[in-house]
Ligand binder design. Structure first.
Ligand SMILES: C=CC1=C(C)c2cc3[nH]c(cc4nc(cc5[nH]c(cc1n2)c(C)c5CCC(=O)O)C(CCC(=O)O)=C4C)c(C)c3C=C
Ligand SMILES: [Fe+2]
Length: 433
């Protein structure tokens, strides 16, 4: 069979993503445009079919995937820049990733996709998302501190990417917390990509193709699959449940809370210009000891969170969205508060953290089981906040948390998430101007 030479035949695999992307996607799935939603955010309908109907725009003032109504599936990936790479490599990678992201989020293949006539070359796109539509895919990119100061964070002169002087003042490394058992295999990274979609195959396809495009510049260091979002980010969504069976995300920051988002989520004038309109992403892989939890009484489970299991109302009384009353006495032991002094909800509440608020966007995970027949499962906690100090403050105040008996933090990361890119620009472009 004759093989028709293609433009991409001129390039090797390492350049395949970039080369194809300049040409633009062809043969993709037609995107039907956004479904009107909350605060300009497309509404989501779960499931594979629903995902074919709408796309979440990649370009915009803020990156998508933060206040976007949380999709049901996650593939989170952390990348390390390869030794010997420099500023031009980082810029080219971010440009190539941005172009690929704009195609993928429309449900289109990267590059020239799979070209039936080009049998002698690997296709630009790996192909497993063909026909699945956009699945409301969002791709959210973050930059690790080591990109600015090097991994050792010493006073050395090393500045391979020429951005040492652009490090935001607030971008301090996370401290160690009580009970941390962090494993290097789930911790840190120079770059992160949060892929969220209705369909796990759409999210996995996106990360896989971004990893291919990164070849020769960055490699995938660790990644995490998640399912069953554990937070709502819009009042139009029902509150989901975590693997302990409790409603999670009730008191979250929501897409509709414009004033609160400006105050607690988006970086403002305090941040360098390249980060304004962006945020900071904290990820914590938190293992949950499911089996011992399942043997604890319902009363104990409710005491730990400070909420009822089924309805999710505060133990001080009322429905799910009733404000908790931390002074209300327990009706059966009036010397005790209805919401335990070490209940998770009390310790995490803004009232006990100087008003600190964050936008939570985590996912359940199950990584199979261990040799004892226990589930290797938990919460892949993700939060976005204007200042990483917010997370530090709340996490420190969780030190006496009753929940700590049943959880272990085993992975961690902090990334600065630049503002969204305008069409024709790439993520973090302002950092290099
Ligand atoms: C440092 C931040 C937080 C970590 C880590 C964290 C872990 C964690 N949380 C749950 C389950 C629930 N959390 C709930 C509320 C809640 N949690 C945090 C912060 C962290 N949680 C905040 C800021 C809040 C809101 C507090 C408030 O304003 O009332 C709840 C209650 C329902 C809700 O509002 O979402 C549950 C349930 C688990 C299982 C977990 C670690 C595995
Ligand atoms: Fe929590």
């Amino acid at each position: 069979m004759a093989v028709r030479p293609t433009r991409r035949g001129l390039f090797g695999l390492a350049g395949a993503g970039a080369a194809g992307l300049l040409v633009g996607g062809t043969g993709g799935i037609a995107a039907a445009g956004g479904v009107p939603g909350i605060a300009g955010v497309p509404a989501l309908s779960g499931g594979r079919d629903g995902g074919r109907q709408a796309t979440v725009p990649f370009y915009g003032a803020h990156q998508a995937g933060i206040v976007t109504p949380a999709q049901d599936r996650l593939h989170f990936a952390s990348f390390t820049m390869l030794a010997g790479t420099g500023r031009d490599d980082l810029i080219a990678l971010l440009r190539d990733w941005s172009e690929a992201a704009s195609m993928l989020t429309q449900g289109k293949p990267v590059g020239t996709g799979v070209e039936p006539d080009s049998l002698l070359l690997p296709p630009d796109d790996t192909g497993e998302a063909e026909g699945l539509g956009s699945g409301h895919l969002t791709l959210t990119f973050g930059l690790g501190r080591a990109l600015f100061v090097g991994a050792a964070d010493d006073a050395g002169e090393a500045d391979p990417y020429g951005i040492r002087g652009r490090l935001p003042q607030a971008f301090e490394p996370l401290p160690s917390f009580a009970f941390d058992l962090l494993a290097p295999g789930y911790t840190g990274g120079d770059l992160c990509v949060q892929a969220c979609a209705d369909d796990p195959q759409v999210a996995v396809h996106a990360i896989r193709n971004l990893a291919r495009i990164a070849a020769g510049r960055a490699h995938l260091r660790w990644s995490q699959l998640g399912f069953g979002r554990t937070a709502s980010t819009s009042r139009a969504q029902d509150t989901p449940r975590n693997l302990f069976g409790f409603k999670d995300g009730t008191a979250n920051l929501m897409a509709e809370d414009d004033g609160e988002l400006a105050e607690h989520l988006w970086a403002g004038d305090e941040a360098p210009e390249w980060l304004r309109g962006g945020s900071y992403l904290v990820a914590r892989k938190i293992q949950m000891t499911i089996e011992s939890w399942d043997r604890s009484s319902l009363a104990e489970q409710e005491r730990i969170f400070g909420r009822t299991k089924l309805a999710g109302g505060p133990l001080s009384g009322g429905e799910e969205f009733t404000e908790p009353d931390f002074t209300a006495p327990d009706p059966e032991q009036t010397a005790q508060p209805a919401i335990d002094i070490a209940a998770h909800m009390r310790l995490a509440h803004p009232l006990h953290n100087g008003g600190a608020r964050m936008l939570r966007r985590g996912y359940n995970y199950v990584d199979g089981s261990n040799e004892l027949g226990q589930l290797s499962a938990g919460l892949f906690f993700i939060s976005y906040q204007r200042d990483p100090a917010t997370f530090v403050r709340v996490q420190r105040s969780l030190k006496p948390d009753l929940l700590n008996e049943y959880i272990r933090h085993i992975g961690s990361g902090l990334w600065a998430v630049p503002a969204g890119a305008a069409r024709g620009e790439f993520i973090a472009q302002a950092l290099f101007e």
